[in-house]
Design a protein around this ligand. Structure first.
Ligand code: MTE
Ligand code: MO
Length: 228
């Protein structure tokens, strides 16, 4: 990726999830449910491992303006997953070109099929040569580096095919969700220009860091208590 950051972004050295204070309990198996406007509903797990493994360096650009640079993701290309697994097993209907992606923590977002099939979209299960940690979406997350971070759903558990974006209910306020959220076009949200939203979002970074630290600590304590 090029050295210049996209418009309105600043580099930081650790990531911040959107629901900073809720982490899901570790999910034992990957198990992605694929359903919606498809011929069949299926749960996919082992099939993933048969895809060609890929490794990719990319940047993560959060809509609130921080960027985390040169992350080394390992996993599988979404396009291979679509061609070899989703298409034959679930068989989405023609015209079902919107994907609603859900994470085990309740986060949801959409991607256009066309965007999901581009080269750099991965299903990642490793980060910097280590198994993907829970904080960054383990066991499996989506990575869509050309789009703002909120499209890169962590703990991916559910893919629903649908025909229209309009019936989708975003987690955040409607203006904060852009159907495509392409970084190159600064599509931070709907109706309000990205160059304005950057100033509204920047003050959110610090409180989010604090919430994330608190959430991670609570999660660790809960897991320690369970282990005893
Ligand atoms: N399931 C889930 N996925 C998520 C989020 C979340 O809160 N829950 N936050 C999103 C946002 S806003 C960003 S910027 C990136 C942050 O990724 P990181 O926590 O690995 O740095 O994850 C995205 N994926
Ligand atoms: Mo984000």
């Amino acid at each position: 990726m090029s050295n210049a950051l996209p418009r309105g972004q600043v580099a930081i050295d650790s990531g911040l999830p959107q629901f900073a204070d809720r982490l899901p309990d570790r999910v034992a198996s990957i198990g992605i449910r694929v359903h919606g406007d498809t011929a069949r509903s299926v749960v996919i797990d082992d099939e993933l491992r048969r895809l060609p493994p890929v490794e990719q360096y990319s940047d993560m650009h959060c809509v609130t303006t921080w960027s985390y640079r040169s992350l080394c993701w390992g996993g599988y290309r979404f396009r291979d997953f679509f061609d070899s697994v989703i298409r034959p097993l679930a068989t989405p209907h023609q015209g079902a070109t919107i994907l609603v992606l859900k994470g085990a923590d309740g986060a949801r977002t959409t991607l256009q099929l066309e965007d999901a099939l581009s080269d750099h979209v991965l299903l990642a299960d490793s980060l910097n040569s280590q198994p993907l940690p829970l904080e960054h979406g383990g066991p499996l997350r989506l990575v869509a580096p050309a789009h703002y971070g909120y499209k890169s759903i962590k703990y991916l558990s559910d893919i629903e095919f649908t025909r229209s974006y309009d019936r989708f209910r975003p987690n955040a306020l409607r203006f904060m969700d852009h159907p495509r959220a392409r970084v190159a076009f600064e599509e931070r949200g709907r109706w309000v220009p990205g160059s304005v939203l950057r100033y509204l979002y920047r003050p959110l970074i610090r409180p989010t860091i604090r919430r994330f630290r608190r959430g991670t600590r609570r999660h660790r304590q809960r897991q320690d208590a369970d282990a005893r």
